[in-house]
Design a binder for this molecule. Structure first.
Ligand code: FE2
Ligand code: FE2
Length: 131
């Protein structure tokens, strides 16, 4: 069973944003599968690194859309992205250097990290862009 199931609470209504969020969810599921299958830490490291790369690209997509459409909450949304990215990068560095291993605690942290932002901040953006 998937670690995170794509569901209506994650839909923000903007096709490109939703598509990119699905990619992030898939990446997190991939990380979960790798951990559960006891795949070597090299696989986990690779998937986590990809997750960070996707996140950077995804945040750039949203920030471009917000700038293009003069989104009034752009500054606070961008600040949230910066904070999220800082957390993900710190985690990634610890895993890459071997001071931390991927565990269910790490995965739960990333799940909340992603879902909370999508369900709150990104939903507001989705509504603005589609109404
Ligand atoms: Fe966002
Ligand atoms: Fe997002």
């Amino acid at each position: 069973m998937a670690f995170i199931t794509w569901n209506s609470t994650l839909v923000v209504g903007h096709p490109q944003i939703d598509q990119e969020h699905q990619k992030l969810v898939n990446s997190l599921n991939e990380l979960h599968d790798a951990m559960k299958a006891g795949k070597g830490s090299e696989v986990c490291k690779k998937v986590l690194k990809e997750l960070v790369t996707y996140t950077v690209a995804h945040f750039a997509t949203e920030e471009k859309l917000m700038t293009q459409k003069s989104y009034p909450d752009f500054p606070s949304h961008k600040r949230e992205h910066e904070e999220l990215l800082k957390q993900a990068r710190e985690l990634n560095e610890k895993v890459q250097s071997g001071t931390m291993t991927i565990s269910i605690t790490v995965l739960d942290f990333l799940k909340n990290w992603l879902a909370k932002h999508i369900q709150g901040t990104d939903k507001k953006l989705g509504k603005f862009l589609t109404t």
